[in-house]
Write a protein that binds this ligand. Sequence first.
Ligand code: AHR
Length: 595
Amino acid sequence: MKNWKKLTGVCALAAAVAACAQTDKVTTSEQEQTLPEGYFTNPLFANGADPWLEYWDGNYYLTTTTWTSQLVMRKSPTLAGLSEAAPINVWSDTDPARSWNFWAFEFHRLNGPNGWRWYLMYTSGVEGTLDYQHLSVLESAGDDPMGPYEYKGHFMPDEWNIDGTYLEHDGKLYLLYSQWQGDEQLNLITEMENPWTLKEGSPKVVITRPTLEWEISGRKVTEGAEILKHKDRTFLIYSASYCDTPDYKLGMKELIGDDPLNPDHWKQYDEPVFQRGNGVFGPGHNGFFVSPDGTQDWIVYHGNSKEEYGCGSTRSVRAQEFTWTEEGLPDFGVPIPEGEPVKMPSGENGPIKVSVQGVQQQLVNRDGQCLTTSGGKTSLAACTGANANWVLDSTADGAYRLAHVETGTFIDQNQESSAWVNTDTQRWSVTTDENGWLNITNRETGATLGGDNSQWRLAPQGDVAVMSVQSGKALAVDGDNAVQDAWTGVDAQQWQLSHTEEGFYQLHPAQNAEQCLTLEGNPIVPGANAALGSCDEVWSEWVVEPLGDGSVQLRNRHSSLALNVDSCGLANGANLAQAPWLDTDCQKFQLRESR
Ligand code: AHR
């Protein structure tokens, strides 16, 4: 992201083209450029292929291909914020049959057998080859796109299949995916029994085959099928030609009949609908999203900055608004050139009232009183009832917003709660002292929350999952030993935090309040093992320190060392012990709602 200074007013936009340089005192000698308030530039960030983006409950969530064994997600209340949001691994795998070359993650909110859940579909395979790439599906524990996610299965583990997406049509669910057949890479469709199971006997029908001249540049390829619905029409937007060429582009079909499994019911549009231009090469493998106020349609896609770049990590993530023609067809226009200011999606500045996703926590002061709000006025009250519940929601820029769950409002610099308007008046910096007390200061005014009574502690309510930022796996117990494990939601992965004194907490298995996460052996030694044990020793107490990226450090009260995943591994059963704080993902965790 460029080193932008922010300008406001009418000159701002023109300044970006240096028309107002004089009046806005923009001096080229500063070697800085000016970005008008409320604008961003593409690419959002480098190495962001096959992007998928959803705007949900007040935040944008974005996944991009990693090529590793981890599945990464970024979250921000603004589109521009995604360029600086922390990459959080929400899943990883070590099964040798499917834990390499993670590609093209998509997460769809579907009403499945377990109610509304996020179903995250992705491509992976085996080490050292791309010959065994195939699709798998994860299911979220609740309504948070960040998870935790449980592995549900793979549809066709014994054949090559990639780039999965869902089509919901006429009460049925379909899988669209891409597969080589001979020297052609095709998109196919088949009906599903549920989001992770193909329907027995449903045919696998080819719906795009690379035959047109613009579909066979480099190789004969159609892939990356994505569904775009508008009014009562259903479009299939797909990527065509070889992704390793600058002529990778988007094509379109439309469902003109009532049976998605009938190839004749898909009308081919003979010209590409989005292709290279303005210095952007190989634009493709896109997703779609709608602006926060629902008035604009946007496309998120990857592209290369140079003609010679190919299908690897040079592809960066970009987003731009698109419109519709009088005939009701999407008009994606031309890729916006890099560095050109792009106005943020409509509605980002609110006013937005929304109950954001995240662990519900009480904000408790030294006197044991809780922050509550009513009619926009905050007050201190007894720590009971939903009115005392807040989410400490990262704003992706090192700050947090204090989101009231019940009213969907956010605390501002006047310590009142109001609709989100995306200014620094509703952004707070959080620091933690050695005793676990938080100091929460307003980014606009520097004032501290609570005035003279400015020490707070966060009290998570109910059962929580403690997820590793490195592996996307859950803090669990194996016997009495603390380990990480792939999320399945079992009791051994469910925790409750109970306050002891000052700002310290003990972590109990949700089903066993008598045991605590503690340290074995000499509790001041780096490497002392984490395990379940007595709640009597002071080394069973922890500081849960919010970091600037929405994660927490779990710091032992006695040793001041950090909980750490041994060898920073991804394996199920990887051991947890304490270690000096090195600010690595191995020592960062995220609390998630677990049910
Ligand atoms: O980016 C990895 C893969 O490259 C994508 O899944 C596919 O669309 C393309 O072939």
